[in-house]
Design a protein around this ligand. Structure first.
Ligand code: NAD
Length: 350
């Protein structure tokens, strides 16, 4: 039986813990802000060390979605879910069905989608129980977000290069990609096709072989990816790629990648600016996946509409870069300010 317990957390619209011991479910759904619409964001399945660790993660992630969705221009607030489990060992359809019951319990205040540990199959199972889920391709609509995310990052990278180097394309520029997975590999292809040169790093040897064979990429170790002699550094693996160690070794003049939480600490935002490095804020440049999910939910998904929205990521970033320059402020700080402007406007209209 699905049991629930609401947690009173100041600053969050609603946080509920769900438990169904028969189904092996222990989950938290957090809606941070619902000014612009229901909270929307993926579900992460992860073997958190304890309840506090999962709660902290779902708070951090749901708050991030509030900002991402606001600047992504979709009518959704910030939401996220976590399930306390190892997706490789513990995940069952029964657990996922119980989670769908939890999503249904939120009664439309939260829409779920994929995050780490959740597959398109899981979303199908969830959709058999609740309508508040998206992120799978049906009849040529929606689908795997990774290629969309890659295209958004590519567009954002072009906008950054235009702003910082005054060039019309990535042709002739050198880009170091840390993590050539689902997003990084597609991004490498787009850069290669445009005439860019590539340096790649990964812990997965076959991905490196592929990037070398198909795009003539130079391979470096993950430790050296940030320090490579390139124009642009693109973190596309895990979070924290810009940290106390890497920032002083950075040779690139632009940081533009797909990874979430690229700055290990908030201080890195100003530190990049002080070093003359243009940072494309992560949640803006990697927002195409959730934009696709948002269009699926609102029934507006067409590839033309999605591509137009993705291309708009470049325009949003250009505005962030200009405003940061005018204000003498860091780009991450300006992105947060702009997201809050969108949310506050939503509050006025409510
Ligand atoms: P992925 O798992 O397909 O690819 C990640 C790649 O990074 C893999 O090739 C992996 O081997 C490599 N990697 C892992 N640890 C590494 C390390 N320590 N050093 C070097 N390489 C390492 O994931 P993805 O879907 O391509 O996502 C990449 C990043 O972008 C993640 O941070 C993800 O949260 C973020 N992101 C993805 C999407 C999306 O649509 N997939 C959307 C928004 C943000």
């Amino acid at each position: 039986m699905l049991k629930h317990r609401e947690l009173a957390v100041s600053g969050w619209r609603k946080i509920v813990q769900f438990e169904d011991t028969d189904a092996g479910l222990n989950a938290i759904i957090a809606v941070h802000d619902a000014t612009l619409g229901p909270g929307c964001g993926g579900c992460r399945i992860y073997p958190y060390a304890d309840f506090e660790a999962g709660l902290e993660d779902v708070k951090r992630l749901s708050r991030g979605m509030t900002f991402k969705n606001a600047l992504g221009g979709i009518p959704f607030g910030g939401g996220k879910a976590v399930i306390f489990a190892d997706p490789k060992k513990d995940k069952t359809d029964e657990m996922i069905r119980a989670f769908a019951g939890a999503v249904e319990f939120m009664d439309g205040l939260y829409y779920t989608a994929e995050d780490s540990g959740v597959t398109e199959h899981d979303i199908e199972v969830i959709q058999s129980i609740t309508k508040y889920a998206a992120g799978i391709g049906k009849n040529g609509v929606g689908g795997n977000p990774s290629p969309f995310t890659a295209r958004g990052v590519w567009r954002g990278m072009q906008a950054a290069a235009r702003h910082h180097f005054g060039v019309a394309s990535l042709d002739g520029l050198k880009v170091s990609i840390l993590g050539v997975g689902a997003v990084g590999m597609e991004l490498a292809r787009l850069i290669h096709e445009e005439g860019g040169k590539l340096v790649v790093a990964d812990v997965f040897e076959p991905a490196l072989e592929k990037a070398k064979a198909e795009f003539g990429a130079e391979v470096v170790s993950p430790e050296d990816a940030a320090a490579a002699d390139v124009d642009i550094f693109s973190p596309c693996a895990l979070g924290g790629a810009i940290n106390e160690n890497t920032i002083n070794r950075l040779q690139a003049k632009i940081v533009a990648g797909a990874a979430n939480n690229q700055l290990r600490t908030p201080e890195m935002d100003a530190a990049l600016r002080e070093r003359g490095v243009l940072y494309a804020p992560d949640y803006v440049i990697n927002g195409a996946g959730v934009i696709s999910v948002g269009l699926e939910i609102t029934g507006q998904w067409t590839s033309e509409e999605l591509n137009a929205r993705i291309d708009n990521i470049g325009d949003t970033l250009t505005e962030i870069f200009r405003r940061a320059e005018d204000a003498g402020a860091a780009t991450g700080e300006i992105a947060d300010t702009m997201a809050l402007e969108v949310i506050n406007k939503g509050k006025e209209l409510a």
